[in-house]
Design a protein around this ligand. Structure first.
Ligand SMILES: Cc1ncc(COP(=O)(O)O)c(C=O)c1O
Length: 357
């Protein structure tokens, strides 16, 4: 037995099996419930009787506060495409932390990551950073509305685009509210503003004819159509090239913006889903893998639209921690780890996933 294996065996022998009311996770949960609803800040990993609290991680493994080792199949929802605590990313973060944690001025690193993204993503001439995929989506929607002077956004029924009002429409509503499958109802999430249902059009995924009809019916007021080319909530069924091409054609014809939410799908290829599909959106929301595992988001797109965003244009977009030096440095360090060389098998893996769904 190697030394590492012996250490693992020792840790495992001391481990308390889940669930155990005397475990450190259970104890932390009790403490957390007093100060946080549900005892944590996430939603999908919450499960009774208590969520597992993490202590450390490396590569594909995570150790909880009770010393139990597990394989992490979630990988922080794909933001850790390179695994936990990759040494090159940790090194870049430590080096950056010694120089500059946070600042209002722009940095060399921010420019560097913007250069990498504009090189990778065919439809991204320019980018602005924010702090999450949710924000990236919100800013693409805001840009589409401001640029077109229209209000309506079309989204796929069941698609998740983060926690914004428009994004929360018809994500996972009760089946009693679904409406006609060919003209899905706009089911607004709790707490969204009163105009959300009127301004959010819901389209059926991969249904070319019915979506075309809905878009044409709303063409006059349509600011944009947002699509995640790999909708995980729909069993990882990818958007068909025919469906996305129809969205491209219809938005172009009525002067609306086509928005790709590539927060999740960007890992489908070195040039994102837009590169894999060969279809260029007007605006792209990004997040997750572009920050090496640190909090990050971005809005990108055509230069003529992006120059309407602050500070050059009237579309206000900013954030105290936007373009944070640690996040962009981690993003730069992670970029060579997802070079074109590693993508052929990842694409095959994605197709395999889709075929099983
Ligand atoms: C397609 C898509 N868009 C947006 C988001 C929101 O990103 P974030 O969780 O960074 O706010 C997610 C998160 O899972 C996503 O999968």
């Amino acid at each position: 037995m190697t030394q590492a294996a012996q250490e693992l065996a020792r840790t495992a022998s001391k481990a308390v099996p889940y669930p155990d009311s005397k475990s450190h996770s259970a104890e932390l949960y009790e403490r957390a419930l007093r100060v946080m609803p549900g005892g944590n800040s996430r939603t999908t990993v919450f499960f009774p009787p208590y969520p597992i609290y993490a202590e450390r991680a490396l590569g594909s493994r995570v150790w909880d506060v009770d010393g139990i080792e597990r394989i992490d199949f979630i990988n922080n929802y794909s933001s850790l495409i390179h695994g936990h605590n990759h040494p090159k990313i940790v090194e870049a973060i430590v080096e950056q932390a010694h120089r500059l944690l946070s600042i209002s001025l722009p940095t060399r690193e921010e420019v560097g990551l913007a250069e990498i993204l504009t090189e990778r993503m065919p439809a991204v001439d320019q980018v602005r950073f924010c702090n999450s995929g949710t924000e990236g989506v919100m800013f693409t929607i805001k840009a589409a509305r401001a640029f077109t002077g229209r209000a309506k956004i079309a989204k796929v029924e069941g698609a998740y685009h983060g926690s914004g009002d428009t994004a929360s429409v018809s994500v996972n509503p009760s089946s009693a509210l679904w409406g006609d499958p060919e003209t899905p109802a706009s089911v607004v999430g709790a707490g969204s503003g009163p105009g959300t249902a009127v301004d959010t059009i819901v389209i059926p995924m991969n249904d070319v004819e019915n979506t075309r009809r809905i878009l044409r019916q709303n063409a006059k007021g349509l600011a944009g159509v947002i699509i995640d080319p790999l909708v995980k909530n729909l069993g990882y069924v990818p958007a068909t090239a025919e469906f996305v091409q129809m969205l491209r054609d219809e938005t172009k014809a009525c002067g609306a913006m086509l928005i790709f939410d590539e927060v999740y799908s960007m890992r489908l290829g070195f040039n994102g889903a837009q590169g894999a599909l060969g279809i260029k959106p007007d605006l792209t929301a990004m997040g997750k893998i572009i920050g090496g595992g640190l909090p990050v988001g971005a809005v990108g797109g055509r230069r003529d639209i992006m120059t309407h965003i602050a500070p050059l244009g009237p579309i206000y977009q900013a954030g105290t921690l936007s373009g944070n030096p640690l996040a962009v440095s981690a993003g730069i360090a992670s970029s060579p780890l997802v070079s074109p060389l590693v993508y052929p098998w990842r694409l095959r893996a994605a197709s395999y996933h889709c075929a099983r769904a």
